[in-house]
Design a protein around this ligand. Structure first.
Ligand SMILES: [Zn+2]
Length: 173
């Protein structure tokens, strides 16, 4: 009995490691764990893995890819696997781990600031969000937005007016 429990716990640890190492299709330098997308990994009575994820936003086209990648990687590691999607509470960029933020900075991307609060009335605004950012390359606060929509909807494009380098900012959500 004890041996079975130890084996089960080792199996769960292994499944967690595999799931935590799956990367985001749009920002492959980040794992689903770094992003806070991977919420839970459990084993069923039969030993199947159930991974729970919360997508970064509903309708994010990367969602199906994340799901498929998770199932495939877990299956490659010898697990029967299924992925469940949890939409409440909604994902927030505040869930990006300190390691994830450091990785973004290491890749020249600006990490999101504190997420807007969603518990009150949400003001309708069609203007780009004003953010106080610093350049991930030189640290200057003299930056300007060049486009609210970068290579993906979750990134905005900025330019540093000090070092003149363009950079991407991962949006607060
Ligand atoms: Zn700069």
């Amino acid at each position: 009995m004890a041996t079975a429990t130890v084996a089960r716990s080792a199996r769960l640890d292994r499944a967690r490691q595999v799931a935590a190492s799956v990367t985001d299709p749009e920002m492959p330098m980040l794992t689903l764990e770094d992003l806070g997308v991977l919420r839970d990994v459990e084993l069923t009575e039969e030993g199947r893995v159930v991974a729970t994820i919360t997508p970064t936003y509903s309708g994010c086209p990367a969602m199906a890819t994340m799901r498929d990648d998770l199932v495939r990687r877990l299956q490659d590691a010898g697990f029967g696997a299924e992925v469940r999607v949890s939409l409440h509470p909604a994902w927030s960029s505040d869930w990006i781990t300190p390691r994830g933020r450091q990785t973004l900075a290491d890749h020249g991307l600006s990490a999101p600031g504190p997420a807007p609060r969603h518990d009150g009335p949400i003001p309708l605004s069609f203007l780009p969000t004003r953010r106080s950012l610093t350049c991930p390359r030189c640290g200057s606060a003299e930056v300007e937005v060049t486009s609210e929509f970068g290579p993906t909807a979750c990134r905005a494009l900025y330019r540093c007016t000090t070092c003149l380098e363009p950079f991407e900012h991962v949006k607060e959500i």
